[in-house]
Design a protein around this ligand. Sequence first.
Ligand SMILES: Cc1cc2nc3c(=O)[nH]c(=O)nc-3n(C[C@H](O)[C@H](O)[C@H](O)COP(=O)(O)OP(=O)(O)OC[C@H]3O[C@@H](n4cnc5c(N)ncnc54)[C@H](O)[C@@H]3O)c2cc1C
Length: 440
Amino acid sequence: MKITLFWHRRDLRQHDNAGLAAALQSGHPVVPLFIYDREILDLLPSRRDARVTFIYDEVERLARQTEQQGGTFLAFYGRPLEVFEQLLSQHEVAAIYTNEDYEPYATERDTAVAALAARHGVAFHALKDQVIFAKNELLGKSGKPARVFGAYRKAWLEKLRDEHLQPYPSADLYTAPNLAQLPQPAPRPTLASMGFEEFRQQVPANELPPEELVRNYHLTRDSPGRVDSSTRRSVHLRFGTLSVRELMRQARDLNPKLLAELIWRDYFMLLLWHYPATATESFEPRLRQVPYRNNEAEFQAWCEGRTGYPLVDAGMRELNQTGYLPNRARIAAAGFLVKHLLIDWRWGDRYFADKLLDYDMAQNVGNWQWMAGTGVVAAPWFRVYSPQSQLDSYDADRAYVKRWLPELGTSAYPQPIVDHKFARERAIETLRTAYRAAGQ
Ligand SMILES: Cc1cc2nc3c(=O)[nH]c(=O)nc-3n(C[C@H](O)[C@H](O)[C@H](O)COP(=O)(O)OP(=O)(O)OC[C@H]3O[C@@H](n4cnc5c(N)ncnc54)[C@H](O)[C@@H]3O)c2cc1C
């Protein structure tokens, strides 16, 4: 029996899944699969990682649903090339389907797997699923992505048609005749067999946020003290347990501000695909040689939420305890690290990468470089937010900081580790000198 393979990655759902729908219409029964990729997992700093448990739970859910429909779901712990080498030699594979992934490692990996498949005479199809416009679909006149977000968003909205947000019929097609049942499939790995501990952190259900929340989003999104200030769907967009088209349809109907935030997500993915080197290098060439101070003790104080600036500290404590922090707290924490402490944005990017449940390279790098003033979309490098004014504006009643800093207002809470006015001037002077030295 010839089979089609469908490879899940950051699309852990059966409904509204572009690649899965195409696989199920390929004319051959489908075997869906997931690979716990050692190239990624071996680099994680801890064996107790809530993201791995989240993925594991979702893969097991997909597997159970597949079995209920009479199909086989495969899962492996290994390296994708080796797994596919084995699958292609053991089965008669008609084609491999998957959804595109735009991170540098993923692009290289998929090129290698496509080449391996071609050597076996098997077609490899990667479909666009996690963004609305990808690769070369929405470029500026220069043939590259627009450098200004406003221009990109305008072009995005002009190009959008109803069909871009239509759901794919993968759930309806996910039934017995379209699924293959393999005799004696290998048992799926468990967390323990991969050397990981179970570690569950709270995440909202993978369903659309309440209508009321979406209608009020533009009014509440900057109030970190409210638990319902924003959608909190980032983790589901990260792992594809929610379809971005679904959320965009809701946002288009109810709240243009939320739609604009989702367009940022598309934009940062596009930028990373076009400029993969910016994952670790400043986009702005004149800010590639900034003499960051990189003081280890200050970095540690920032990581632990002990800077003496409540909005920064509350954000970092929430991140350390829950794997999440609201956008305003991300801005306050990131701005403080790169400007007030003059610590390399890559240190902060790395720390967030280790801790955030919704960590997504494109969004994290894009936002960190924006805060550092080094990015494709750069906030001016001389903008240095005052953490105190931010606190007064966005957490006037102190609901947020009191929740995360029980010792606030007592002698146990630290004094500011640096004076704002002094740090602001130091940051501007340092960046100006670097900018000029690089030849403005
Ligand atoms: C320094 C820094 C690092 C960040 N790192 C990440 C990251 O690793 N992963 C991540 O998903 N987001 C990141 N963000 C963006 C943003 O803070 C989060 O997406 C948001 O806080 C998630 O909460 P939410 O789902 O309630 O967002 P909502 O406000 O409800 O927005 C809905 C969705 O829109 C998208 N979105 C919102 N704001 C942004 C933004 N500024 N940039 C890109 N997409 C956005 C997200 O997919 C989000 O889930 C970062 C922001 C900063 C300042």
